[in-house]
Design a protein around this ligand. Structure first.
Ligand SMILES: [Zn+2]
Length: 89
């Protein structure tokens, strides 16, 4: 007798929702005294107020899809930073 494959069960209805990440804009500001200083890059096309999302080797604007690639120097800087963090831990 051949083995019969069980029919695939397709679940309908409830789907697990992925928790949406908030933009966490507040994290991109450093508060010094009463002044909030932005620590992230702004989009050159959209102007102030629109931050670029940072990924490993580039910045990305979620609004106009502007992408800026990081230079080697910047990447190396970050790598050394990460190394320092690891040493501290
Ligand atoms: Zn933009």
């Amino acid at each position: 007798m051949g083995k019969r494959k069980a029919p695939k069960v397709i679940k309908k209805g409830k789907r697990k929702r992925k928790p949406k990440k908030s933009s966490e804009r507040w994290k991109k500001y450093k508060i010094e005294g009463n002044i909030a200083k932005p620590t992230a890059k702004f989009c050159p096309r959209c102007g102030r107020g629109v931050f670029l999302a940072e990924s490993k080797n580039r910045w990305f604007c979620g609004r106009c899809h502007y992408t800026e690639f990081k230079s080697k120097e910047e990447r190396e800087k970050e790598q050394t930073k990460e190394k320092e963090k690891k040493v501290k831990k």
